[in-house]
Each structure stands twice: as C-alpha cells, then as structure tokens.
Design a protein around this ligand. Structure first.
Ligand code: PRP
Ligand code: URA
Length: 209
C-alpha cells in the first residue's frame, strides 16, 4: 500500500490557514498556492536518489552530491493544478511539464477529459502529479490511469488538501502511488466538496467566480 504523508510543517500550516479563508483575495490565494507547492515539493522530493560527483572549488576538490536516477516531470491536472507548477519548476528547472485536462461533471462528480499532452519520454521519468484538491479522487485516478497507459511507473501525487474518501479511492486504484498532502480534511459534503476545505480551488486561483 502506498504511503500518505501529511506535511505539517509550521510554514505550510500557517499559509494553509490563510488559503482556506473565504476573505483571501485571488492574488494572495494564487501566491499562497504557489508558495505552499514549493514547500511541499521540498518534502516530496526528499527521497530522490543522489550520486557523488567531484567538484573543483577555489580551494580543492570536493566530493559533492547531485540528483541521480530518473529525470523528472511535473504533470498538473488542469485547471487548478497549474497554480502549483511555477514554484516547482523554480526548484527543479530541468523538469519537463505535461498537462492533463479534466473537469468534474457538476451532476455526477465524475472526471471528464478534455486535454492531454505529455513529454515524449514521460515513461522514463519520475512524475509528480499536482492538483490542489483530492476530493472523491476521481480526477487523480483518471490522471494516473492516463500516465500508466503511457508507460509511467514512478508516480507521486501532490495535493494541498485531501480527505479520507479521496485518499482511500486513490490508494485502492493505485496502491503504488505515494501521496503528499498539506492537510487531511474531515470529509466530503453532499456536493463532493471537501469539508472544511477552501471551496473551489480553480475558481479561487483564476478568479472565475
Ligand atoms: C477540482 C480539483 C481537482 C478535482 C478534485 O477541479 O482541482 O481536479 O476538482 O475533485 P475529485 O477528487 O472529486 O475528482 P475541477 O474539476 O473543479 O476543475 P478546475 O480545476 O478546472 O476548476
Ligand atoms: N474541487 C475543488 O476545487 N474543491 C473541492 O472541495 C472539491 C473539488
């Protein structure tokens, strides 16, 4: 079974509290999503393999460590996942970026695909799927399904807020995918929104409501 890591770092929790507030305006909301993503990225990449290299400093030769192993890819689930990409790319500038477009049907709450464009060599990369919200898990499961159909074997899921229903659904469908959250909330409401959550992440990032 995959691991679920809730990143309870004080900086993440502080920023998340402001993010949740209904009074936080769009500009600040977008900045906070980005900042939290950077902090989460730092933790979610903690186990990436390293290799030793020799570096000539102005003083002597030093044995240093650099990233080894697979190249990385960041795959946001559109739309809201886009808000998590920039800070991650700042930290991992060599990562390629794929896009998977899904929206939840308002009646059925099931994900509907409208776009998918992935790096050609995605199957050889360590993939980070990013989306602020993990609610029913339908969108995450569909995105991971796409990636696996394209041959991806190493996938990590990063969500800012999850809930037990969504986490269980992803773990049942994809037990090999580790999940990183900033918070595990209480439950889903009758509209499949996370409680207490932060409302509609896409609308709040892009100011569409
Ligand atoms: C939101 C969110 C996730 C999905 C989570 O996107 O960003 O992608 O819902 O819900 P689930 O776990 O029940 O699938 P939404 O479908 O509202 O689209 P948007 O990002 O374009 O706003
Ligand atoms: N999508 C969101 O943006 N928020 C939720 O609470 C659930 C799905």
């Amino acid at each position: 079974m995959s691991t679920v890591t809730v990143l309870d770092h004080p900086l993440i929790q502080h920023k998340l509290a402001i993010l949740r507030s209904k009074n936080t305006p769009v500009k600040e909301f977008r900045e906070l999503v980005s900042e939290i993503s950077g902090l989460m990225c730092y933790e979610a990449t903690r186990n990436l393999p390293l290799k030793e290299v020799q570096v000539e400093t102005p003083i002597c030769t030093a044995t240093c460590r650099v990233l080894a192993g697979k190249k990385l890819a960041i795959v946001p689930i559109l739309r809201a996942g886009l808000g998590m990409v920039d800070k991650m790319v700042d930290l991992i500038p060599s990562a390629k970026i794929g896009h998977i477009g899904l929206y939840r049907d308002p009646e059925t709450h099931l994900p509907v695909e409208y776009y998918c464009k992935l790096p050609e060599d995605i199957e050889n990369r360590q993939v980070f799927v990013v989306d602020p919200m993990l609610a029913t898990g339908g969108s995450a499961i569909a995105a991971i399904d796409f990636l696996k159909k394209r041959g991806c074997k190493h996938i990590i899921m990063m969500n800012i807020i999850g809930c037990p229903e969504g986490v269980k659904a992803v773990q049942d469908a994809h037990p090999d995918v580790d999940i990183y959250l900033a918070a595990m909330d209480e439950k889903l409401n009758d509209h499949a929104y996370i409680v207490p959550g932060l409302g509609d992440a896409g609308d709040r990032i892009f100011g569409t409501k």
